[in-house]
Design a protein around this ligand. Structure first.
Ligand SMILES: Nc1ncnc2c1ncn2[C@@H]1O[C@H](COP(=O)(O)OP(=O)(O)OP(=O)(O)O)[C@@H](O)[C@H]1O
Ligand SMILES: [Mg+2]
Length: 323
C-alpha cells in the first residue's frame, strides 16, 4: 500500500548517531557525534537531496533511515510506521521496500558472482520469482530497463565499465520493486560524460517505478539537476532546507552561501564568501551554531544554539541572522 496523497513516505524525527571510537593518546573511547538531531520528511515520488562537505553525516543519515545502522536517538517512520519497532517478517517486508545504491558499484558486487546471481539474489532471499526461469526473465527485464543487453547476465562485474556497473547496481536495487531508494553518491565515481547518462536513467526509473529518492551528493550541480528539495548538512546537522529553486536562487545560511559560492559554475563569476578554515571534529563540535568558528558573520549570540526558523518562502533555516 502506498501512502495517501500528501502523507510523507519517510519521516525522520530528531535522528542521532553517536559512534564510540578509540582515539587520543590514552586510547580512551570517545563519542563521535555523526548525526545530531536531523529531521525531515520525504513526500512520495519526491527526490530529496542531502548535500554537505565530506564527513558531515550524509551517508550515516542514509544508513540510519534504511536501518542498516541503529540510531542512538530519534526515529524513522515509513508510511507512518516506526521502523525501529518492527521485527521479524514485518521488518523484512518493510526492508524490501527500501533499497540503496552505493557510490562504488564494484565494491558492492562479489567479483566472482555473475550478473544473473547478483541481480537475482534479492529475489531468491525474498522468494519473489519462484523458478529459475522466472528469475532469468525478471533479470533480463531489469537489465533491459537499465539499458543493458540480457546477455550481460552471464558476465562478471569486471567485464563492465563503471557506468555499466552502476546500471547493474540500479537493476539489483530495483529487483524487489522498492518504493524508496537511498542513492549515496551514485555518480561521484563516474566520468562526467557518463554521470549525465546514469542520472537520466535514475530519473527514468523513478517515473517508471514510481520511486521516491533520498539523493546524497557533495556535488551541487548534480543536486541542482535531480532534486526537488534539498537539505544542507554541516557537522551532523541540517542548517538549511528548501525547495531546490529557492535554495539555489538565494541560499541564506552563510554555510550554504559559501558552499554554493565554492562550486564551479561555467561562465559565471564566483560570488559570496569562500569557505576558509577546517571543518571542526565531530568528536567536539563547537558549542552553539557549529558553523560559527568559520562564519564571516559570527557574533556573540552564535555561541548559543540558533532556533530553527521557517521563513515565508517555506525554507527552514538555523541561523541567528534570521532569528
Ligand atoms: N562506522 C563508523 N564508525 C566510526 N565513525 C564513523 C563511522 N561511520 C562514519 N563515521 C564518522 O561519522 C562522520 C560522518 O560520516 P559520513 O560517512 O556519514 O559522512 P559523509 O557526509 O557521508 O561524508 P563523505 O562525503 O566523505 O561520504 C565522520 O566523521 C565519519 O568519520
Ligand atoms: Mg558518504
Amino acid at each position: 500500500m502506498t501512502a495517501s496523497y500528501k502523507e510523507p513516505l519517510i519521516q525522520v524525527r530528531g535522528l542521532e548517531k553517536v559512534f564510540r571510537i578509540k582515539g587520543g593518546m590514552l586510547e580512551k573511547k570517545q563519542n563521535l557525534r555523526a548525526v545530531r538531531g536531523v529531521s525531515f520528511d520525504i513526500m512520495p515520488q519526491e527526490t530529496f537531496g542531502l548535500v554537505g562537505e565530506s564527513g558531515c553525516g550524509k551517508s550515516t543519515t542514509g544508513r540510519l533511515i534504511l536501518q542498516l545502522l541503529r540510531p542512538t536517538g530519534g526515529e524513522v517512520l515509513m508510511e507512518g510506521k516506526n521502523l525501529a519497532s518492527m521485527k521479524g517478517r514485518a521488518l523484512k517486508e518493510q526492508r524490501a521496500k527500501m533499497q540503496m545504491v552505493f557510490q562504488d558499484p564494484y565494491a558492492s558486487f562479489d567479483p566472482r558472482q555473475n550478473i544473473y546471481s547478483a541481480v537475482s539474489e534479492p529475489m531468491v532471499i525474498y522468494g519473489l520469482a519462484k523458478t529459475k526461469r522466472e528469475r532469468r526473465e525478471k533479470v533480463a527485464q531489469l537489465l533491459a530497463d537499465v539499458g543493458l543487453n540480457p546477455d550481460a547476465m552471464e558476465k562478471c562485474p569486471h567485464e563492465f565499465s563503471g557506468g555499466q556497473r552502476q546500471r547493474i547496481g540500479i537493476a539489483r536495487a530495483l529487483a524487489l520493486h522498492p518504493q524508496f531508494m537511498v542513492l549515496d553518491e551514485p555518480v561521484s565515481a563516474l566520468d562526467v560524460s557518463i554521470q549525465a547518462q546514469v542520472i537520466n536513467l535514475l530519473l527514468e526509473m523513478k517515473s517508471q517505478y514510481g520511486l521516491t529518492y533520498l539523493f546524497i551528493s557533495h556535488d551541487l550541480s548534480v543536486i541542482k539537476y535531480i532534486c526537488d528539495r534539498v537539505a544542507v548538512m554541516y557537522l551532523g546537522e541540517i542548517i538549511e532546507m528548501a525547495d531546490k529553486e529557492t535554495l539555489f536562487a538565494q541560499p541564506l545560511h552563510p554555510y550554504s552561501q559559501a558552499l554554493l559560492a565554492a562550486a564551479p559554475k561555467i561562465g559565471e563569476q564566483r560570488t559570496g564568501e569562500v569557505l576558509t578554515g577546517e571543518v571542526p571534529s565531530p568528536i567536539r563540535p563547537p558549542k552553539g551554531c557549529a558553523f560559527h568558528p568559520r562564519c564571516p558573520h559570527a557574533r556573540e549570540c552564535c555561541k548559543q544554539v540558533p532556533p530553527v526558523q521557517k521563513l515565508p518562502d517555506g525554507r527552514l533555516i538555523a541561523c541567528w541572522l534570521y532569528a
